[in-house]
Design a protein around this ligand. Structure first.
Ligand code: SAM
Length: 213
């Protein structure tokens, strides 16, 4: 993700606290209060500019979505999209996913989406990959029993690595496509990266795995 310095970004996020939740630690175990209902919560880790969470929110009004993005300069685009969509089932967190368990209580989340996660191709950076075992531990801690991870990427190396990581962890593979856009999968909502890479003719890989009891 190319980052442009946006000095106004912090201020813009603070001006939209109904969308970018401030002090998210204080909502641990109480996210239903933010949404005003008990609908299932799905999170997207590394939400980028927010097209996916916004589209999912619009398509699935009985699911609550939380997009998590590290960089202010990127998440501001997501805030604009959520605002325009007027969806009240989509919220954003400007935090590092390394600390997910500070924000969510055990079993508070029903599904984790990982879309076009940074591949970190060098072996010495393996621990930064969002499908590395320490992240799988974090997701397990906040997910419901049999919670799911849905993962899309254009990066074959990251996809292969992640399938092995899921398998080593004992996750059950319930869906796989090696060419999502030429598969019979229905209801795909494209992310910004997905649009960019697929328009260049790159294949999109997709998998679903679930934690077993
Ligand atoms: N999902 C979006 C898409 O498909 O268009 C963005 C993909 S971009 C390659 C990956 C995003 O994940 C970046 O915006 C990056 O800042 C974010 N990210 C990476 N590691 C993160 C972490 N530990 N916590 C929160 N966000 C993270």
């Amino acid at each position: 993700m190319r980052l442009r310095n946006k000095p106004w970004a912090g201020e813009y996020l603070a001006e939209n606290p109904q969308i970018v939740i401030q002090d998210p630690q204080s909502y641990k175990g109480k996210w239903h209060e933010i949404f005003g209902n008990d609908h299932p919560i799905h999170i997207e880790v590394g939400t980028g500019k927010g097209q996916f969470v916004t589209g999912m929110g619009r398509a699935n009004p009985s699911i609550n979505y939380i997009g998590i993005e590290l960089f202010e300069s990127v998440i501001v685009h997501a805030v604009k999209k959520v605002k325009e969509s007027e969806a009240n089932n989509v919220k954003l967190l400007n935090v590092n996913a390394n600390n997910l368990t500070e924000y969510f209580a055990p079993a508070e989340v029903s599904r984790v989406y990982l879309n076009f996660s940074d591949p970190w191709p060098k072996t010495k950076h393996e621990k930064r990959r969002l499908t590395y075992k320490t992240f799988l531990d974090l997701y397990k801690e906040i997910l419901v029993e049999e919670g799911e991870i849905h993962f899309k990427t254009d990066n074959q190396g990251l996809f292969e690595y992640s399938l092995k990581s899921f398998s080593d962890y004992g996750l059950k593979l319930t869906y796989i496509s090696l060419d999502l856009h030429n598969s019979d999968f229905e209801g795909n909502i494209m992310t910004e990266y997905e649009e960019k890479f697929s328009s260049k003719g790159q294949r999109i890989y997709r998998s679903e795995v679930k934690y077993e009891k």
